[in-house]
Design a protein around this ligand. Structure first.
Ligand code: NAD
Ligand code: GLY
Length: 383
């Protein structure tokens, strides 16, 4: 691949299905060259939504056409509503209609929603065609574009239909993050912090030191952060592609987070916001279970609060919260498995007993507060 001084590469080592994550500010304009270098050619279906298309569609198409590709843009609606079997079917219809072949390429230009539905369609068409991820949100660059989890929602649950299907290339053009709405940027930072807690205490300390720069979206720090998160995710995925063990640690904050998303009908919180609240409360639960010290909770809560992300649990009865937690994909034989921190940089997967969580929930938080920003945790009902 043509090297640029500010381009960096992280490899996802999966044998014959290995691929590069290229972190290249402004790289959308060079995507045709990257694809050529992989031996790709011919037709490319660019799946995107109207918002992202408006910003980056034209430059991406230009880059691909200049490299000899024939482009077909396939637009899906903006938002989670595009993650359905129906929109997967629409993408497949377009591929059939325009005679896409086994060697044709499907490309996802957008956030996690576009990436998930496009990857799923790529896994199905002709039993799998090459798939390129061009993530344009922080969540997608540090998480969803890497690792091959693709899929869509069912009316009864999120991400219930899908496949493990790896891309042939991930291009993280960090310049695209400059147009991201502020709320989406902050939500992505919660997923970034997650990596520090699960595996890398130095990275967590770096985030504590540089959060000001990240809040200002300073390029140098953004690139460092995207790269480190991709390295961690690539390492975890290479060790456990299909989540039979280690990969479960990536779900830290998600057992409570997913429950809150679903209780809020996917309107109250966007994903990263719910994950931030989930991280704080899974840490509190770990502290209650005497797995970690109070400082493990305080450091996470402080860092999340500095971003302005919510940290407080909305009021829900325990029975509702528990029922929502039981819908999580990590439930096995009726037991909720939750990732809990032992220290910053070290977590364990723990089966949760309902009565234990209920007792914790009924008590609320018993950590001392640390000034006005650290308001006490309150809860009205445990029933
Ligand atoms: P998203 O894809 O909905 O994007 C958020 C918003 O930002 C959208 O309105 C989008 O149009 C807009 N947008 C995207 N890029 C932009 C840009 N550069 N400039 C301006 N606006 C832009 O949300 P997301 O947070 O990226 O992804 C969430 C989805 O990802 C969820 O469905 C979640 O389940 C999934 N996910 C999947 C994995 C995985 O491993 N596959 C991991 C995490 C999350
Ligand atoms: N986002 C969790 C995973 O990829 O496993």
């Amino acid at each position: 691949m043509g090297q640029r001084h500010d381009q960096q590469t992280v490899k996802v080592g999966l044998g014959k299905r290995s691929y590069d994550i290229v972190i290249d500010p402004g790289g959308v304009q060079r995507l045709g060259t990257y694809c050529q270098a992989l031996g790709l050619s011919g037709k490319v279906g660019i799946v995107t939504n109207p918002t992202v298309d408006r910003y980056y569609g034209a430059s991406l198409r230009k880059a691909m056409v200049n490299a000899g590709f024939t482009c077909r843009t396939i637009r899906v609606p903006d938002g989670e509503q595009a993650k359905t079997v129906r929109w997967t079917s629409y993408i497949l219809d377009q591929l059939v209609k325009h005679r896409f072949e086994r060697r044709s390429v499907l490309m996802a230009l957008g956030g996690g929603v576009v990436g998930d539905v496009t990857g799923f369609a790529a896994s199905l068409y002709l039993r799998g065609i090459p798939f390129v991820q061009v993530p344009t949100t922080l969540v997608a660059q540090v998480d969803s574009s890497v690792g091959g989890k693709t899929g869509v929602n069912h009316p009864l649950g999120k991400n219930l239909i899908g496949a493990f299907y790896q891309p042939v290339l991930v291009l993280c053009d960090t310049e695209t993050l400059h147009t991201l709405p502020r709320r989406e940027w902050l939500a992505g930072l919660a997923e970034v912090m997650k990596y520090g807690v699960i595996i890398d205490k130095k990275f967590f300390a770096f985030l504590e030191e540089r959060m000001g720069h990240l809040l200002d979206v300073k390029d140098e720090d953004v690139i460092k952060v995207v790269k480190r998160c991709c390295e961690i995710k690539a390492w975890v995925v290479a060790k456990d592609e299909q989540e039979s063990g280690l990969r479960r640690i990536l779900n830290y904050g998600h057992t409570i987070g997913h429950a809150l998303e679903s209780l809020g009908r996917y309107k109250r919180y966007i994903h990263g916001e719910a994950v931030g609240i989930g991280m704080v409360h899974e840490a509190l639960l770990a502290h209650h279970l005497q797995l970690c010290s109070a400082s493990v909770v305080h450091r996470q809560r402080e860092l999340i609060q500095r971003t302005g992300l919510p940290v407080h649990m909305p009021v829900h009865s325990f029975s509702k919260l528990w029922a929502a937690m039981l819908h999580d994909k990590k439930v096995s034989q009726g037991i909720v498995h939750c990732v809990l921190p032992k220290s910053i940089g070290n977590v364990q997967v723990t089966p949760l007993e309902q009565r234990v969580v209920k007792r914790w929930y009924a008590r609320g938080v018993n950590l001392p507060t640390r000034g006005p920003a650290d308001a006490p945790f309150t809860r009205r009902s445990s029933r």
